[in-house]
Design a protein around this ligand. Sequence first.
Ligand SMILES: [Zn+2]
Length: 259
Amino acid sequence: MDKARLRASATRTESSGNWLLDAMLREDRTLYGALEPVVHATGDALYRQDDSLTHVYFPVTGALSLVVHMRNGKAAEVATVGNEGFVGLHAFFGSGIVPHSVLQQAPGTSLRLTVRRFADAVRRHAGVQRLIDCYAAYMLRFAEQSAACATLHPMLARACRYLLVAHDRAGGREFFLTHAMLSEMLGVRRPSVSEVAARLARVGLIEYSRGIVSVKDRRKLEAATCECYHAMQSFYQRMLGRITGAGCGGPVRNRGASP
Ligand SMILES: [Zn+2]
């Protein structure tokens, strides 16, 4: 979708394509005019770690990866954000600095706002502030769940969790995911990633070739993951659905490959 059409879609209809932004637009419709569509390819950096925060980003398609870099050059993904959320939360907690890199994980479009314009909406509309608070609670819970998952759950189950989230955001049956990306997600070396992918392929859950993951049996993939995938889905829906009072679109499960 080109930028003009994307802007028109966001300004003329009720849906921007981002669930959280839609909820905020219902609180402050003047935000429509301040939205700026941006298109990014895989690997593009929206922010480098410690950059100044200038804009908040609401993904419409694709996904953004939040990556923390260590002094020795190693890096690990700490979260991904799709059309259920936004990037730039730290601006509302007294920090003008991005504490991680923000990289485009899967190609796609986002709608962005300047931090100044968005902060103005938060100050003037209590409903927007409540949504920010809820999203912050969700991200905090996500960090806690991920820390526990990394300690307690086996790598194969964690790999299934990340594949399910990537599949949800892709919308279709296939999505792009390199060994390097999965290695950063799981915090393991690439040979271990190859072994996990081969095991999942052998039992018919996925096919994996040249960085393209094809989900063959979504139901079995859900059965093979740990409890964390379902816990985070239901937490998001409870938190933000309660605020809007009309149920939550939130992170939508991809049913495309279910038998
Ligand atoms: Zn887990």
